[in-house]
Design a protein around this ligand. Structure first.
Ligand code: ADP
Length: 451
């Protein structure tokens, strides 16, 4: 039997067998000791009675009269005992009919009896041990019969018990078997309580995550096709118009420039998707070396400063510095994306605050803008691939909808976290946290500010 219920039944039966055997042996020993004690007590009583009567019958004589012998025989017969008495010289004074000094299956007791001063008699009394062996034989028969019966019963109880205990597991297995790619929304039923319920809950939560992952992949494939369809259609239109007869060189140059733009956009999408896929499969190995965050934030600010200035947006970098174990190009890409979004989605004349802070063993970076904010219903999906809270604005500014997805993947690959909070009044703030390696060692934090 290889099933768990089979193994449990065998174990249950084995344990029951050992218990029954121990119980049987214990009971047998106790009963035997008790019966032997009783037999010894009876023998002692019979021996004492016999000696007393023998002395009375002898009455100082050297031999017994036939009547006296009969008396003694009767006494022994009533008690089921045999006896023999020998004088000091070894001569036999009395011997019951059934007395046999070499007989087996009897219990014997020997005593010295003083018949007269200087006359010491040797008395031997024996009692059959049938009073012990009879009940013991019966007990052995009972044990031999009830042990296998008990074992069979224990096996049946063990089997029923293990089946009923494991039936929710079997139920769970049958349901789990039905959950395929096509039926990913099915869930296993929850048993009434206990550890199996916890197991089923964990299993269902795992299915939620897998379903979400598969759903994301399906959406992403559809979204990727959709994203590439538009630039490809534009490309085709531009190429067709460029090859039409009668186009001036200037018109052809403009068409080719537009083709170049669309190709650039498409290669950006493809390259971002490739990076995301690499990060997903952990094939994109990021470096882990001490990286100062402030220079990277300054670089991002400088890159987007001209666009911010054009729209009257003021950009400030606050706080000190912190050094984390990370990958320069990944961290740079993260800050570039977030600062670009803060500029792109800000209102004209708005503000952007970038700050670095050390907190409880981690480096915290805030990228806060005073834009119109992101409606609350969009926040949970904001980091999904191709997700745009404001599609028109995103496309107008050349966004692909992959920026935040990439940021999140990079942050997680660096063991960091990212969170967003947003309101129409205060704008949007992205908060990143990265663990700082041990103080004093390479990559430890260096904070410009006291404390
Ligand atoms: P995109 O290429 O469209 O900018 P992202 O992944 O960077 O893609 O951002 C996804 C969406 O999140 C954007 O389309 C935009 O609607 C929203 N978003 C991102 N950053 C901000 C921000 N700072 N303020 C308001 N909306 C933002």
């Amino acid at each position: 039997m290889t099933s768990t219920s089979g193994r449990l039944t065998i174990r249950f039966a084995a344990i029951s067998g050992v218990l029954l055997a121990v119980f049987g042996a214990g009971l047998y020993t106790l009963v035997r000791q008790d019966l032997e004690r009783r037999l010894d007590r009876d023998l002692a009583v019979v021996s004492a009675l016999f000696q007393e009567r023998f002395l009375v019958e002898m009455q100082g004589r050297s031999t017994l009269a036939p009547d006296d012998v009969d008396d003694l025989d009767r006494l022994l017969q009533t008690a089921g005992a045999e006896a023999e008495v020998r004088g000091p010289d070894g001569s036999r004074l009395y011997r019951s009919r059934g007395f046999d000094e070499a007989a087996s299956g009897v219990r014997r007791v020997e005593a010295r009896l003083s018949a007269a001063p200087g006359q010491e008699l040797r008395v031997r009394v024996s009692l059959s041990d049938a009073a012990v062996e009879g009940p013991l034989r019966q007990l052995r028969t009972y044990v031999a019969f009830f042990t296998p019966v008990g074992l069979v019963l224990a096996s049946i109880v063990g089997y029923v018990f293990s089946r009923s205990t494991l039936s929710p597991v079997e139920e769970l297995r049958r349901h789990a078997e039905r959950i395929t790619r096509a039926h990913l929304s099915e869930r296993v039923p929850l048993p009434p309580g206990g550890e199996l319920r916890d197991l089923a809950c964990t299993f269902n939560e795992m299915l939620d995550r897998i379903e979400q992952g598969v759903e994301d992949l399906r959406h992403m494939a559809a979204d990727a096709a959709h994203e590439l369809r538009t630039p490809l259609a534009n490309l085709r239109a531009e190429v067709e118009s460029a090859i039409q007869e009668g186009r001036t060189p200037e018109e052809r140059r403009r068409a080719l420039a537009s083709v170049g733009e669309e190709v650039g956009r498409m290669s950006q999408i493809v390259s971002d998707l490739y990076t995301l896929a690499q990060l997903d499969s952990r094939r994109h190995v990021l470096e882990r070396r001490p990286v100062e965050l402030r220079p990277l934030l300054e670089e991002a600010r400088e890159t987007w400063e001209p666009l911010a200035r054009e729209r009257g947006i003021e950009m400030r970098l606050e706080g000190g510095d912190a050094s984390v174990q990370g990958d320069v190009s990944a961290l740079s890409r993260i800050f570039m994306n977030l600062v670009e979004n803060a500029v792109k989605y800000n209102r004209d004349g708005g503000r952007i605050r970038l700050s670095i802070e050390r907190r409880n063993g981690s480096a915290r970076v805030d990228v806060a803008d005073t834009g119109p904010g992101i409606p609350a219903e969009h926040l949970p999906k904001l980091f999904r691939r191709f997700y745009r809270a404001d599609p028109a604005r995103s496309r107008e500014t050349g966004g692909t909808g992959l920026g935040l997805a990439l940021v999140k993947s990079y942050v997680e690959a660096l063991s960091g976290t990212i969170a967003v909070r947003s309101s129409a009044q205060e704008g949007t703030t992205f908060t990143l946290e990265f663990p700082i390696s041990g103080a004093g060692g390479p990559g430890s934090a260096v904070d410009g500010r006291p404390g």
